[in-house]
Design a binder for this molecule. Structure first.
Ligand code: TXA
Ligand code: MG
Length: 334
């Protein structure tokens, strides 16, 4: 695991140019990056992640100038949104150009594009672009079905660095500040549709494009692996419990001589703190705090000796949709 000195920067760039894999910090989660035009390099991503090969990847770009290299049609909404939110946690799905090959799109006629905000990936992308719009394919840097990494240590523990691990180089850019994966917005048809919830909400998109945004995938919308029901899977069963039912649930678990960890709003966490083996409090005033810490807590709980994870979820309001979506998936039984 390495921080970015000029030597390390050059090494990362060389690895990417030679078709290798570099784990990179982004503002959302850590990504596993490879040259998006090199089929061997992209095959390396799939085998490192043990991910089914028909799942499409997001191409990361240095700036919005690169859009026209990768998309055959760049609608006005895409231009408006990239002006407003790039670099940032918004991925846009557009009709692909010839440059986006089947090994990136999973054979679909669309491609997912994003310009990330973390200074390290930005610097790498700016050098990698070479004024030709070259991009980096980068899924989250975790094994398929595991929780996405939000610190470099998560990547080291899961995928590992060569010679013993799967990644050529893991760059350490500190904790991810957004903490959940980017919002994915499908702009490939006339109806804008959110395929994956994230920090950029439907109302933030509507405010820019002046059009209603649909939420949730329809039967003919493109495949999103994050939309598999149990995609974000913690090791221990995770249950969403309302504040009213928490006492009953905790008693039930105790009667079976089992233990639990708790994630709950501050006031509730205080009351149950002593009963839980481990507990984490979040503020109902600041959605960005829970968003930033959720995966880190889940990684920590994976290693804890507990039987259950109980979560008192935040209210069902749009600023919480991203974390609610991840909690919902994490609570689906495997
Ligand atoms: O925040 C993020 O987006 C992170 C960081 C590393 O940038 N990346 C990420 O990648 O979450 P990944 O591969 O874990 O998730 C990408 C999602 C997948 O669910 C994939 O199915 C979807 O994007 N996707 C990719 N191309 C698509 C397309 N053409 N149409 C619809 N969905 C697509
Ligand atoms: Mg992922």
């Amino acid at each position: 695991m390495t921080t970015l000195t000029p030597d390390v920067f050059q090494k990362a760039l060389d690895i990417l140019n030679q078709g290798g894999l570099v784990a990179i910090p982004t503002e959302t989660v850590y990504g596993l990056a490879a040259d998006a035009e090199n089929s061997q390099a992209v095959a390396g991503i799939y085998s490192a992640k043990r991910r089914p090969a028909n799942h499409p990847l997001i191409v990361h770009l240095a700036n919005s100038d690169a859009l026209s290299y990768w998309a055959s049609n760049v609608p006005e909404e895409a231009i408006q949104l990239t002006k407003a939110y790039w670099p940032g946690p918004l991925t846009i799905v557009l009709k692909r150009s010839k440059r986006a090959k089947d090994f990136i799109t999973g054979g679909q006629d669309t491609v997912a594009l994003r310009c990330p905000a973390h200074p390290i990936i930005r610097k790498l992308l700016e050098a990698f672009d070479e004024g030709k719009g070259r991009g980096l394919a980068a899924p989250s840097a975790n094994s398929f079905g595991q929780i996405s990494p939000t610190i470099a240590e998560h990547v080291r523990e899961d995928l590992g660095e060569k010679p013993t691990g799967a990644v050529d180089l893991i760059l350490d850019g500190g904790p991810c500040t957004v903490g959940i994966e980017s919002t994915i917005l499908d702009l490939s048809s006339s109806t804008p549709r959110i395929l994956r919830e994230g920090a950029i909400t439907a109302s933030m998109i509507e405010a820019v494009i002046g059009k209603t945004v649909q939420q949730g995938s329809s039967s003919n919308s493109p495949r999103v692996s994050g939309s598999l029901k149990s995609h974000y899977a913690p090791q221990h069963p995770l249950t969403l419990v309302s504040a009213e039912n928490l006492a009953g649930k905790a008693q039930f678990i105790a009667r079976h001589f089992q233990s639990f960890a708790l994630i709950a709003p501050t006031e509730i966490e205080k009351r149950f703190h002593a009963l839980a083996v481990k507990s984490f409090a979040y503020s109902l005033e600041k959605p960005e705090d829970l968003r930033m810490h959720l995966y880190g807590w889940m990684h920590e709980l994976d290693k804890a000796n507990i039987d259950h994870i109980l979560v008192v979820p935040p209210p069902c309001q749009s600023e919480w949709f991203g974390v609610l979506d991840r909690l919902q998936r994490a609570s689906v039984k495997k």
